[in-house]
Design a protein around this ligand. Sequence first.
Ligand SMILES: Cc1cc2nc3c(=O)[nH]c(=O)nc-3n(C[C@H](O)[C@H](O)[C@H](O)COP(=O)(O)OP(=O)(O)OC[C@H]3O[C@@H](n4cnc5c(N)ncnc54)[C@H](O)[C@@H]3O)c2cc1C
Length: 414
Amino acid sequence: MTDDPGGAFVIVGASLAGARAAQALREDGFAGPLVLIGAESELPYERPPLSKDYLMGKHGREKLYVHPREWYAEHDVDLRLGIRVTGVDAAAREVSLAGGQRLGYRALLLTTGSSPRRLPVPGADLDGVLYLRDVDDSDRIKAAIERASRIAVIGAGWIGLETAAAARAAGVEVSVLEMAELPLLRVLGREVAQVFADLHAAHDVDLRFGVTITEITGAGGRADGVRLADGTHVGADAVVVGVGITPNTELASAAGLAVDNGIVVDARLRSSDPAIYAAGDVASAFHPLYGKHLRVEHWANARHQPVAAARAMLGQDVSYDRVPYFYTDQYDLGMEYAGYVEPDGYDRVVFRGDVGRREFIAFWLAGDGRVLAGMNVNIWDVNDAIAALVRSARPVDAAALADASVPLESIPSH
Ligand SMILES: Cc1cc2nc3c(=O)[nH]c(=O)nc-3n(C[C@H](O)[C@H](O)[C@H](O)COP(=O)(O)OP(=O)(O)OC[C@H]3O[C@@H](n4cnc5c(N)ncnc54)[C@H](O)[C@@H]3O)c2cc1C
């Protein structure tokens, strides 16, 4: 059966990026049929609280939603939840839904996001081995934290560290097991990664770096710890795995779109098929500022990029070039980061402020003195100025950067 709304805009993936695209299409005056399809049965929601306030029980689901339920009807958005799109026929301009229905589109936006990478070790399918991506995962981890006296977290990335902080706040003993020498080493480099190692050590997290996991052990079908390559056994009542994500590109690949660590799109967010766009975690978008494709797996990108995609779908001349941004909250540390640095892709880090008290700004500099990225830790209302320094791409005076008395808006060039 073909349900053909003629000139419909169809969005696949009803989370932050999908809901923001629907909003932007309506705000930019699109009055035609608009269908938003999501595999999850929950209203489109934001994920950052799932490892922070929501996980800590500080608020319920209603605070997660991008829009209240009535918003979709009020804006004539045909929201179809709990339905997976199983195929895209790019030639016929149709998507097929689980159950066999087909839906025609005039333009299609893929906001299918990403999924946690699974840990390929024996015992990974035991009860009590938990991943964190959706709201039900967060509920499961919350329940585990309530029951557990100790948990093991595999992976010292953002998800692992935020989960560790939430568990410590609940008084649970936490071991963090990480392959690299420091947490977040590839993203932050040694100088700032150390700040996060110190933060968690100060909260009595049992941090183990340079370890290899060989097995998740269990008894009676339930995880009871993690075995390391040197034979050490780390006991735990639950094991949370946060070892990265992979973009959900299956639909795009099967449809014959260019895929390379994400759906390859240009600065207009348009894929190798001119009627198909992608945005959010799943998109590897050409970034004019960097002159190459970037896949940004963060909240701000999922919030802003779909707006550009929506405008491009409406035929406007757009080029998405925002400076990448992300943030975290762990214990009493809040930070924002603007910019982009390849692993080992910087020359030095300049600090302004008090690193010991965790009130500082870190700047990653290129060899010629350009600011590649900056991170404000427990200092607020400076991130726009940091992003402006990054965007300016001009070599700056490092001494002025380190001097808190020089406003960020007036850092001289080098
Ligand atoms: C626990 C957690 C904490 C985070 N904290 C932060 C943070 O502090 N700061 C930050 O910057 N970022 C954070 N992030 C990252 C941020 O949440 C993501 O970048 C954002 O969710 C990406 O949004 P998205 O809409 O592109 O994709 P997703 O949120 O992954 O949504 C994709 C949606 O598409 C659906 N879908 C996929 N395939 C299909 C299909 N075939 N048919 C129908 N539907 C489909 C999925 O079910 C899903 O609902 C966090 C993420 C998580 C999981």
